[in-house]
Design a protein around this ligand. Sequence first.
Ligand SMILES: *Cc1c(COP(=O)(O)O)cnc(C)c1O
Length: 363
Amino acid sequence: MINVTKTFLPPFEQYTETLKRAWDKSWITNNGELVLELEQKLKDYLDARNFILCVNGTVVLQMAIKALNLTGEIITTPFSYVATTTTILWANCTPVFVDIDPGTFCIDATKIEAAITPRTQAIMATHVYGYPCDVEAIEALASKYGLKVIYDAAHAFGTKINGTSLLNYGDVSTCSFHATKVFHMGEGGCIVSNDDKLSRQMYLYRQFGHIGEEYFTIGINGKASELHAAMGLCNLEYVGEILAKRKEKWLFYYEMLKGSDVQLLTISSHVDYNYAYFPVVFKTEAALLKVIAALKDQEIFPRRYFYPSLNLLDYVEYQSCPVAESIARNVLCLPLYFDLLETEQLQITGILLHELKEPALCN
Ligand SMILES: *Cc1c(COP(=O)(O)O)cnc(C)c1O
């Protein structure tokens, strides 16, 4: 069986040896030494001014919205994981969907201005598949209209733009270290921000708003545990290799599929991409479903990601975004992970190309 992803795991002994440091102290959470060490190492790796290690990639979005005091409309993308929209709704804010750029799958910055109203307070955009939004255009709009910018950078670990980590953009960038992401600690996430005051606030939120007996603010429990930090510390040692392998496999898929009847992601020369996902956009949903069925026959399970377009969820007010709706219907992420074999990639692309050549039987 081949799944869309397979979690990278370090050697088991390496994990237990790292974990033993916490074990020996009987200290497994509350900013233990493994969390502090991982936090410092990731801060250095990402060249971040402020870096907060947290429990997952969702609570960090909630903390960012809270710290920025957002209460009104937030301009966002319909093409993301559902957490992007639900954290806006969770905070009783209103998501205003702006359609996406069909080439990058990220929010279409040229369409943002038309969506700005007197109630707009922020832009919350996703670097879809780890590929950057038009960060310069978004920054220009934000300063023109006095808007805050949050990037859901859950996919973006390791991507660089103009030589710097993509997480350094916006008022706040958040990332996920969930087991399915490029770098992971089982469950985990982080906040990166250049704003010291905002970072201090979110640092306090992470631990219920207090340090010892001093109570500064309301808060939440966003702490990472030593069990997760041990996984992160182990995996961080392999991150160079992980990124290199993904790139090799990504480029192999690209070579096999370019020129065929599917749309692929094109990487601009100013982007140092992390090759987090390999999305393929079909011309029709019928073609996509046909390929899914043929792959399933061989026990190969790609993922419709992201599907559906979030503006179509029952619990949000519908706003038309034709590009996102069409891409969400027609996009498939192919299996891509550390030890995926070239023979398996050939099998996958072989089936895909074969199905594209065969005329669909009906519709
Ligand atoms: C994974 C993901 C999240 C949520 O991260 P968790 O760590 O699973 O909470 C949020 N946004 C996007 C775009 C994601 O892919």
